[in-house]
Design a protein around this ligand. Structure first.
Ligand SMILES: *Cc1c(COP(=O)(O)O)cnc(C)c1O
Length: 362
């Protein structure tokens, strides 16, 4: 395949080439049906097989225990910012949040529309360069839930380990690091993730939720925004984003072929270590944004301390086939998103470009 970019896009993001090629083979006609998957009923046997196989593979790869539902919904993680409080935050209760950065802030702002919120810990005073230590978290023992953002995509920070919240349900946004490493799902009450960073194309959002939490919400909630609607109907209450779910299934097969969650972690750590070593070894030419203990293995954020030089870095990188290295407009600087599907070769090429750029501009 000619002309594959070194794709460091933050989302939608790189997909494994093998997955794209396999999907291409089946794009026009799916399983001798005389039509593409996109043209057939979501109630038919062919689509249903795709749907349930995708769910089963996610359960297998994430070791999702009994007692959890896996839902495929639409509206992105941004809709989950509302759906979580609509379904899990009754009047008179408080939802606590760990304010770790841009995405946590959006989740908090949205939850405020629906009920009482509190901040369990915040790193705002440190420009969100770090994830608060687990010992810093303070939340009431009768909180409706504690919400964390597992990986702050924009700042480039990630929880190294998750808190044990006991009876307080732990809710987590894993949009930018789902399946980047093995996790213990039983620690969580609810996990949500838009697919377009680590799992597939945009258009489908994964929700993994403990069954005892999805009883009928206590306040009036639109049918489509209730977890019980999707849970009772195996995510087939209405027309699901069938092609996006199929693509997630293909990505999951690729994850399995490449060692599952543990295989992904090994790949991701190798890429991240290479890139952070290039930053740390540059004698201050490149500076990592996140504190070392909070560094993300998915989004590597760094600066050059000079906007003109950063602009030149991005411009030159693009002429050489790199894509997506400009930092988010809210933080500035540079960012390399190295999700599961980004190959080691892309990171090796980036590190070589960084060294060359420094030689010419340092
Ligand atoms: C991208 C992202 C979101 C927003 O996802 P949408 O699917 O665009 O709504 C939310 N949280 C995190 C951590 C993200 O990386």
């Amino acid at each position: 395949m000619a002309n594959r970019a070194y794709n460091f896009n933050p989302g939608p993001a790189a997909l494994p080439l093998e997955v794209l090629e396999r999907a291409q083979q089946k794009f026009v006609e799916f399983e001798n049906s005389g039509m593409s998957l996109m043209e057939m009923s979501h109630r038919g046997a062919i689509y249903e097989k795709v749907h349930f196989e995708t769910e089963a593979l996610l359960r297998e790869l994430m070791s999702i225990p009994e007692g959890y539902k896996v839902l495929f919904v639409q509206g992105g993680a941004s809709t989950q910012f509302a759906m979580v409080p609509m379904n899990l935050l009754p009047p008179g209760k408080t939802a606590s949040f760990v304010a770790t950065g841009s995405w946590a802030t959006k989740a908090i702002q949205e939850a405020k529309l629906f009920g009482e919120t509190a901040i369990a810990a915040s790193s705002e005073a440190d420009a969100y360069k770090r994830i608060p230590a687990i010992g810093e978290l303070e939340y009431p023992s009768d909180a409706a839930y504690l919400h964390i953002t597992s990986n702050e995509t924009i700042e480039g920070t990630q929880w190294a380990e998750y808190p044990d919240t006991g009876i307080v349900p732990l809710v987590a946004d894993l949009s930018s690091d789902i399946l980047c490493r093995p996790i213990d799902v039983s620690k969580f009450a609810l996990i949500y993730a838009g697919a377009q960073k680590n799992l597939g194309p945009s258009g489908v959002t994964i929700v993994i939720v403990r069954e005892d939490l999805i009883a009928k919400p206590s306040i009036t909630v639109a049918t489509m925004l209730r977890y019980d609607t999707h849970a009772k109907n195996d995510s087939l209450y209405n027309t699901p984003p069938s092609f996006a779910i199929y693509m997630v299934g293909e990505v999951l097969k690729w994850v399995k072929e490449n060692g599952g969650a543990a295989g992904m972690e090994a790949r991701n750590r190798e890429k991240a270590e290479l890139l952070y070593a290039a930053i740390d070894g540059s004698n201050g030419f490149y500076n990592g944004f996140a504190d070392k203990g909070s560094r993300s293995i998915m989004n590597v954020t760094f600066t050059l301390g000079n906007k003109d030089l950063e602009g030149a870095f991005v411009k030159e990188s693009e002429t050489l086939g790199f894509s997506g290295l400009k930092g988010h407009r809210s933080v500035g600087g540079l960012r390399a998103s190295i999700y599961n599907a980004v190959p080691l070769e892309s990171v090796q090429a980036l590190v070589a470009f960084m060294a060359d750029f420094q030689r010419r501009n340092g």
